[in-house]
Design a protein around this ligand. Structure first.
Ligand code: BG6
Length: 491
């Protein structure tokens, strides 16, 4: 990674300029990059879509979404600079001959081209064809792909083969936006720059790990997408497995993209297979019914998708994962993620093994395990829970679990936490691939996920229900209870 690299000019084409991703995330992130002086004066951002807009219409629409999604007042000077970079090109992506319009714009001032596919994957074939036909994939040009990439190993391979015909792996930037989050980036720093953690990061000292990614939202209008995808493919295949692999990976020889990705891949390859033999012991799947979140009534999943009787799609997953390598053998990693849970938050909790013998323990009483809670979002920070003596003249030692706290807001007072897309767009423009997922990583995670999904189907695994606003089905608690453990209580 080298963030001192000089910012140079490029053309960014956003296929899917009218879409939600572009409006909510990409354009506000690009505006912030302008504000941080990370966009070259000659960079151009070319929105592509079927709308009959000219650049003036597009600039107005972009201004509206920045005002709506940036949570801050627009700065006139920055906006003037930024808006000059915005162009619009009317293209039907299914009609590859229309790409000639794009070629004309690009050839006015040919520089590195970054193609952002912010469109559903069924359009990728046509996009690739159009780009190739009009030489919008020269040697240094790049492509950014949004998830989902396929919905199984087979379909993901198909997409990768398609893209590889037009762009080399070195030019492909597969986004998993969790990798751009400041707190995920900090995991590497945390593990590999602190001897206190580095020397204690294995099955010798760690008892178990919990990863929770909890969401308040339901499916936000993505009816057919979610009904076919479910929480397993939407969240576990990508975000949770990426967090897990960063957390468990061994130190790479340096911070170069492929060395980091090689280490993550080793973890993905070491995940113990979950199949029909062990599916019920290791996974829980649930779906929300109506309930209340923050005292507001929310409908059931079925109602949200407009179905009356039944849907077999899961909106909640809990899994016990084992990593069969020397470092992690015997340490369970419990993952859980769900929609319509009580709070939006993500955290990693690392529990340490107890001491074999403890001077302060009465035989009947066990101390809580030492734990580190890494709050990924919101209130980003880290809490370490340790035992301390309660002050007093009592001749017996009375101990209490107390918290050491690091909190981004206080420790880095005037520093803004960047949105993941700012970091990812910047890195793709610099050609830095460490925060993007390599083809073999995606395929390895699909292999593992496919086996679970097949087992669910073949065993006709039971879908359990939970009330919106609760922490998922009761059996999610039982998954840990069987091992004598409990989910960390959110505080
Ligand atoms: C996306 C999923 O990848 O991540 C969504 O498709 C989910 O379903 C979202 O809501 C969560 O992202 P974040 O950054 O809000 O935690």
């Amino acid at each position: 990674m080298n963030y001192d690299q000089k910012i140079s000019a490029y053309d960014l084409i956003i296929f899917g300029a009218k879409g939600d991703l572009s409006k909510r995330k990409l354009l506000p992130a690009l505006y912030q990059l302008e504000k941080s002086f990370k966009l070259h004066i000659n960079t151009r951002i070319i929105g592509v879509g079927r709308a009959n807009w000219d650049k003036e219409n597009y600039r107005k629409i972009v201004k509206d979404c920045i005002m709506k999604f940036s949570n801050e007042k627009i700065n006139k000077k920055i906006w003037n600079k930024f808006s000059k970079k915005l162009l619009f090109c009317n293209i039907d992506v299914n009609d590859t001959s229309s790409f000639i319009k794009l070629q004309k714009i690009i050839n006015q001032d040919r520089k590195i081209l970054i193609n952002y596919f912010a469109l559903p994957q069924h359009t990728f074939k046509s996009l690739c064809k159009g780009l190739k036909k009009f030489q919008l994939n020269l040697k240094k040009d790049r492509v950014i792909l949004e998830k989902p990439l396929g919905n199984s190993l087979q379909t993901s391979k198909k997409i990768n083969i398609q893209i590889n015909k037009v762009f080399k792996e070195k030019r492909i930037f597969r986004i998993d936006h969790y990798l751009g989050k400041e707190t995920i980036l900090n995991l590497l720093a945390l593990k590999f720059s602190n001897s206190i953690l580095f020397t204690n990061w294995s099955n010798k000292t760690i008892d178990h790990v919990q990863i929770t990614v909890s969401e308040e939202v339901g499916i936000e209008g993505r009816l057919s997408y979610f009904e076919q995808t479910g929480q397993m493919r939407d969240m576990v295949q990508n975000h949770l497995l990426q967090i897990l692999s960063i957390l468990a990976m061994s130190p790479p020889i340096n911070l170069k993209a492929n060395n980091i990705r090689n280490e993550k891949l080793k973890i993905l390859k070491s995940l113990r297979t979950i199949d029909e033999k062990n599916i019920n012991k290791n996974t829980i799947r649930g779906q929300y019914q109506s309930g209340k979140i923050n005292n507001i009534k929310v409908p059931s999943y079925l109602k949200e998708i407009g179905k009356k009787n039944y849907s077999n799609t899961e909106t909640f997953v809990a899994i016990k994962v084992n990593i069969d390598n020397w470092k992690w053998y015997g340490v369970p990693f419990y993952l859980r993620t769900g929609k319509r849970l009580p709070k939006k938050y993500s955290e990693i909790v690392i529990y340490f093994k107890p001491l074999n013998m403890n001077l302060f323990c009465q035989s009947s009483k066990k101390f809580p395990l030492n734990k580190i809670v890494i709050r990924l979002q919101p209130n980003e920070g880290i809490d370490i829970f340790i035992m301390n003596k309660i002050p007093g003249l009592d001749s017996n030692y009375t101990l209490k679990e107390t918290k050491l706290n690091f909190d981004y807001k206080h420790s880095f007072k005037n520093l803004r936490i960047y949105d993941a897309y700012e970091r990812l767009l910047l890195d793709s423009s610099l050609g830095i691939q460490s925060l993007f997922v390599r083809r073999d990583e995606i395929e390895e995670s699909w292999k593992w996920i496919d086996s679970i999904i097949h087992a669910w189907k073949n065993k006709k695994s039971k879908l359990e229900f939970y009330k919106a606003g609760t922490w998922g089905p009761q059996s999610s608690n039982d998954l840990l209870k069987r091992d004598g453990k409990y989910w960390n209580i959110y505080s």
